[in-house]
Write a protein that binds this ligand. Sequence first.
Ligand code: PA5
Length: 485
Amino acid sequence: MQLPDEAITYHYQSLLVPAAEDWTAAAELRARHCVSQAELRDLTPRLMQVRSQVAAERELRQVPAELQPLHAGFIDLPQRYLDHYRRHGDDSELGRILVQASRLRDDVDRVVLLGIGASYLGPRALFEALKPLYHNEMPPDARLGAPRLYFAGNNLDTDALQDLLDLLQQTCVEPELRGERWGVIVVSKSGDTLETAAAYRALRREAVEYYGNHWERLRQLIVPVTGPHGKLRDLCRADGYREDEVFTIPEDVAGRYSVFSPAGLLPAAVLGLDVRALLLGAAAMTRRFLDEPFERNPVLQYAGLNHLLTTAHAKPMRVLAVWSRKLEALGQWYDQLLAESLGKQGQGATPLTAVQTRDLYARGQLHQEGPRDKVINNLVVKTPRTPPIMIGMADRNQDELNQYSRKGLPDLVDAALQGANRAYAEVARPTADLVLPLLSEHVLGQLMQMLMLATVVEGRLLGINPYGQPGVEAYRRHMRAALKG
Ligand code: PA5
């Protein structure tokens, strides 16, 4: 298979016990805390078997009770959307997403995205990774027609929601001007999540007050994304939405695996991101997962190595150390994916996102010398999107930086990464690098699909169903009971 130039790679050699190492205290520690070649060799047939199982689960029409719930639809969804788009253009799901996104871009200068859990974290990860960090503060021209994007409905904080309403009220006073119009994308697969529903009610009220109670008009400014059934869909019908005005998260795609459904694609398209490149990246990763041997298969490598470290080497803490501030939200998305998928039956690694080098000054000490309960996966971007900011020469050299004048910030990042990895290796703290060639739609598509597939593989290795979230359902049930009580 011809891999695209932008393929991501997992450098896991440093997680392995070196082949022939003389005895030293450090070598002894490495033998205990890293994965041996034999362990990896023994796991490989099981990994291959799990891959076949996951591949077969995509085809199941009648799901046996022991596999329920099964939401394997996300695996083929990117390619399916691309194929339909090629054949049916604007009439395909992707075509409709693109048309609606461009309407919303034409209509409003601010969009509020309501959603919680995956319905919020996926779009936010794309927003922060692929748009400028200060997108919302930029003047309209610099945003190239993309609206500002705000997130709400992801908590029950009255002050936070009021702050947003105040912002809308104070900046938007003339609904006839595009620059003072705002819209809403409300995302809830179940359509039954109180956080999102309560915020939606408040925003609906606000919209009626601002634009008037004209649902013909409001239906153009408020775009719902939900599952095939549920209270949100019922409410939309009551508001007069046609079926094709409500975007559908397919039944067989679960919330935290839904970033390449309309839940993530619509906000991405509204922001002007290249959603076809996102889908191409995701589809390429699915093919790599299904076709490639272990040596070229980052899904199997990541799942296998991290599984062994968690289960056989007592490393219950999974640190994703992102070496770009722009990947912090991606880290939070992965936190939720891993925690909610595998935190079941007394098992599952605890995810933790660190933003480097910032958090080297917060958690670095703990990672270096604290409990030996962590595996660290560095998420590294090889080439920044913008030209390097150089240290440069200065007349006053009291800070002694002139010696580095020809270096740029990316050189400092390289040095810091090497420094951290060497320091961890010296004391046998297992650390690997997941390398992204750059931050682009195609790369983010690969990365997110890779982490979703790896989570499913890890679940199957553990004997845990990676879909469903019975623990969260318990919280929701008790909360509703408490409200009624
Ligand atoms: O992964 C999941 O299914 C959950 O995290 C959901 O995304 C979260 O509970 C929000 O649910 P909903 O989209 O149904 O409002």
